[in-house]
Design a protein around this ligand. Structure first.
Ligand SMILES: NC(=O)c1ccc[n+]([C@@H]2O[C@H](COP(=O)([O-])OP(=O)(O)OC[C@H]3O[C@@H](n4cnc5c(N)ncnc54)[C@H](O)[C@@H]3O)[C@@H](O)[C@H]2O)c1
Length: 461
């Protein structure tokens, strides 16, 4: 790939949102309109798959030596969970702000764990990745750092586990895929929602044929983050910056991950093309102007729409609707709706499974027999441990426990680099579609055709 094209793709992928902010020259807009052609060329430039990472098993690691980078709101909980799990030792801690790493060191001391090495500053993570006695780098930093850190970790010979979204541009998605294949290192996106109880149960029901053939799914990230985005909750207000300048479906993976596993995306089917539309903004802009009066943010014109709705068509002819709204006063929802030839389910606002169009489906007590029958075997085995570790009702615990179990046993991970890339790429593609009157755009095939032969994610007993 030429440097020019590489540079362009970077701006183009982010460009839609920037263009929407109205401050970028019209020339940028013209370039962005060409994204489909450029994508086509970039996809061709990627060459052949170096190693199929779907189903890839790395040599077993009896005791996984893990480092956690990013110790703000979420990172310290991961340190706490990992320190309590068997088969893993936290050997390094890193944050921009040293004091945050020192606080986590105290957690290790309280749990009678060996002291970890501490790294800090803007580039401390690079020295951390070069450590010799380290197997896995667990990344919980602002989005812009996810791919650079995961790629560097793999280049340094470490497995990478990276929080969501794993990447924010098309180019970054390819970087993750190419690096993982070349280095033969796992790159798992930490999509914890795939491990929530209802989602896992419905994956099990899907495999048992309860829904028949699934033809449509609905997913979302609807979460009122206005307060968190307009206070000092996120270090340096990184999330507000993302929401000001990018107009699209910025955080698609929480909803998309679980339904994509049920629909065998990258393992028998794949996203083919998508389209996206954003509403106007009536909440974020006014909130920023009112609450951050004396900051440069108050001066920015904000065009990040309240609600983004994207629709993906799959190669096998199915559809997925995915929404994103972090600015409206709406109850939390990831929807998680699966619609099949025999039955459907939906998680939000109330868990339900329906086998007929009559009535409101099975809910509450009526669901209990189904929950007993179809509880995912992993929950039976690991549910109690996961709950004791905590994190979003236990799903973070089961995700971490399962990641370590797979590494200990040299088993393939449940989420591979193709999942990370496909679920994350929806964000930059949605930005392009929003900026181009919801025109459709092809979704890159990060598996380079291997999706046709890859086997569906197994239900692990
Ligand atoms: N999966 C989930 O359920 C879930 C929930 C919340 C957050 N997240 C994700 O977790 C990540 C972190 O979110 P958060 O709420 O903890 O944000 P945060 O701002 O509280 O924490 C980010 C941390 O990264 C540190 N950091 C910044 N630059 C760094 C650098 N160069 N080197 C080392 N550390 C650096 C910051 O100092 C901060 O402590 C985000 O990607 C977010 O999307 C996921």
């Amino acid at each position: 790939m030429t440097n020019e094209r590489r540079n362009f793709l970077k701006t183009a992928a982010l460009g839609a949102g920037i263009i929407a902010a109205g401050s970028i020259a019209k020339a940028e807009c013209a370039k962005a309109a060409k994204l489909p052609e450029i994508l086509d060329q970039v996809n061709k430039d990627q060459g052949k798959q170096a190693q199929n990472m779907c189903g890839f098993a790395a040599p077993p690691i009896k005791n996984v030596r893990i480092a956690v980078i990013g110790l703000g709101n979420r990172g310290p909980n991961a340190v706490n969970r990992m320190a309590k799990l068997k088969g893993v030792t936290v050997v390094a801690l890193c944050d921009l702000i040293r004091n945050r790493a020192e606080k986590c060191q105290q957690t290790l001391i309280n749990l009678k764990q060996p002291k970890a090495k501490i790294f800090s500053g803007e580039n401390g993570w690079k020295d951390l990745c070069k450590m010799e006695d380290l197997d896995l780098v667990y990344i919980v930093t602002p989005w812009r750092l996810h791919t650079p850190m995961a790629v560097y970790a793999m280049e340094c010979g470490k497995h990478a586990a990276v929080d969501v979204p794993a990447a924010t541009t098309v180019e970054e998605c390819w970087q993750l895929v190419n690096t993982s294949e070349r280095t033969k290192k796992h790159c798992m996106q930490l999509e914890n929602c795939c491990y929530d109880n209802f989602e896992m149960m419905t994956l099990n029901m899907t495999r048992k044929g309860v829904f028949g053939e699934i033809v449509h799914a609905e997913a979302a990230y609807i979460h009122d983050l206005i307060s968190l985005n307009t206070t000092g909750h996120y270090q340096g207000r990184w999330r507000l910056q993302q929401n000001l300048k990018r107009n699209g479906n910025l955080y698609p993976t929480h909803g998309l991950g679980p339904v994509s596993q049920c629909m065998n995306i990258n393992r028998g089917d794949q996203y083919s093309y998508m389209t996206s539309m954003s509403s106007k903004d009536v909440n974020l802009g006014p909130a920023v102007k009112a609450r951050l009066k004396n900051t440069p943010y108050a001066k920015s014109e904000t065009f990040r729409g309240n609600m983004n709705t994207s629709i993906i068509k799959t190669a096998n002819g199915n559809t997925i609707m995915v929404q994103h709204d972090v600015n409206s006063t709406r109850p939390y929802s990831r929807i998680h709706l699966l619609s099949g030839s025999k039955a459907m389910c939906r998680k939000y606002p109330i868990e339900m499974v329906a086998f007929t169009h009559r009535g409101g489906g099975k809910r509450g007590k009526e669901l209990i027999p189904l929950k007993r029958k179809y509880e995912h075997p992993l929950y039976k085995r690991m549910g109690a441990v996961a709950k004791s570790l905590g994190g979003h009702g236990g799903m973070d615990g089961i995700m971490d426990a399962r990641l370590i179990e797979c590494l200990n046993n040299g088993a393939p991970l449940d989420q591979d680099v193709y999942d990370a890339a496909a679920w994350s790429v929806i964000a930059p593609l949605s930005e392009w579609s929003v900026a181009n009157r919801s025109n459709s755009i092809d979704v890159p095939d990060f598996t380079r055709g291997a999706w046709k032969k890859n086997t569906p994610l197994a239900i692990v007993e």
